[in-house]
Structures are given as structure tokens and as C-alpha cells.
Design a protein around this ligand. Structure first.
Ligand SMILES: [Zn+2]
Length: 207
């Protein structure tokens, strides 16, 4: 059965259907949905370090404690303090090396001397005795002598400064558990036993 244009009915129907039904599009593969892991810790922005050879001089109080440390500790804590100050955190180092005699006096408090206990470490068992630890606190502001205003022990900037230390390969006491948490404390990642062997009388700060 032919129409005047020479198409069979079937051909005509197919021509119509082809016009109406759009050709199948190739199905685009959907990108696989990768669940974004919740960020556990927001990394701190790391500002530029000072150029090689440039030595930042800090407030007198921090400088005094930095100079009491071993050369390696002094170098690494200077790097840390530079970064912390670049973040605008008014951190001051309030403790550095403690000699065995100084540690003995602190340990005696609340034991053989009056007052509350202030240290759990007898002489020779604190990282401060080997020149590889510091204590710090955030102040309201800074002066050339040290901190200005009140020490802010509970400030979130304490956490920020401590976490920055950890990102630089230092140990921060703020993450210690078992009643040992010590937010102001940072130390080099050395073992106490190897320090005792290397320095049986502890580190003697240079004058
Ligand atoms: Zn400490």
C-alpha cells in the first residue's frame, strides 16, 4: 500500500514517531559522591617565617627563658614563638630551665615546705631540668618587658598556641590525659631517660 510520496504506511508511521520521540541521549555518568570527612582540627594558617639569619627579639621575660635552654630547644622555641606572635597571639614564655636545686625547692612545696603542692616532679624528673621545656601564657597585651594586663590561662589562644607547637613537632601538655594536663607546657620530643643519661646533673643555663 503506497501513498503518493512512495512511503509505506509503516515508513510514514516511523517517520512521525521519530519526530515525536527524541533520540535517546547517552546517559552521563554521575560523579561518585565522596562523603566529605568532617574536619577534626582546622589547621592553623602558618605565616611566613623570618628570612634566613633574621633573629626576632622578643620581650625581656621570654628572652631570658629562651636563653636558659639548650641550643636546640632555644632554636625551636624561637621558631614557635615567632609563628605565634605572627598570628597576633600575645604569648609570653614564663618558665624555661629549672636547675635540680630549683626543682627541689618547688617539689618541697606542699610536702616538706608549707603551701599547696605545685609540682609532681622531683628533681631530675622534669623536662625543665634538661633545658628542653618551656611554660607559656597568653596575656592581654605585650610590652618590651613581658606581658601586659592579666594572664589569660583559659583563653582559646592558649589552645591555638599549643596546637601550633604540636604542628611543629613539639609536645604540648594541653593534650595530656590522666590528670597530667598542663596547658602552659611545651617540650621537645625527647625521652626523659635519654636526657638523664646525657645530662646526669641536668642542663646548666648559660649566664
Ligand atoms: Zn612546664
Amino acid at each position: 500500500m503506497k501513498n503518493p510520496r512512495g512511503l509505506t504506511l509503516f515508513q510514514k508511521a516511523r517517520a512521525i514517531l521519530t519526530k515525536i520521540v527524541p533520540p535517546k541521549k547517552a546517559v552521563q555518568p554521575q560523579p561518585a559522591v565522596v562523603p566529605t570527612p568532617a574536619p577534626a582540627e582546622r589547621p592553623l594558617p602558618l605565616p611566613e617565617s623570618p628570612a634566613n639569619g633574621e633573629r626576632v627579639v622578643f620581650d625581656e621575660r621570654s628572652e631570658g627563658h629562651l636563653r636558659s635552654l639548650t641550643p636546640e630547644a632555644e632554636r625551636r622555641f624561637r621558631q614557635w614563638l615567632t609563628q605565634v606572635r605572627h598570628l597576633g597571639i600575645p604569648v609570653v614564655i614564663i618558665e624555661g630551665t629549672r636547675t635540680f636545686a630549683e626543682q627541689a625547692a618547688i617539689y618541697a612545696k606542699g610536702r616538706t615546705a608549707p603551701g599547696p603542692k605545685v609540682s609532681w616532679a622531683p628533681p631530675g624528673s622534669s623536662m625543665h631540668n634538661y633545658g628542653v621545656a618551656i611554660d607559656f601564657v597568653v596575656f592581654e597585651g605585650l610590652t618590651p618587658k613581658g606581658g601586659q594586663g592579666k594572664p589569660l590561662w583559659g583563653s582559646p589562644m592558649m589552645e591555638q598556641a599549643g596546637r601550633l607547637a604540636m604542628s611543629m613537632g613539639l609536645r604540648w601538655g594541653g593534650v595530656w590525659s590522666g590528670g597530667k594536663q598542663d596547658k602552659p607546657h611545651i617540650e621537645l620530643p625527647h625521652s626523659l631517660s635519654s636526657l638523664k643519661q646525657a645530662m646526669p646533673k641536668g642542663w646548666t643555663p648559660r649566664k
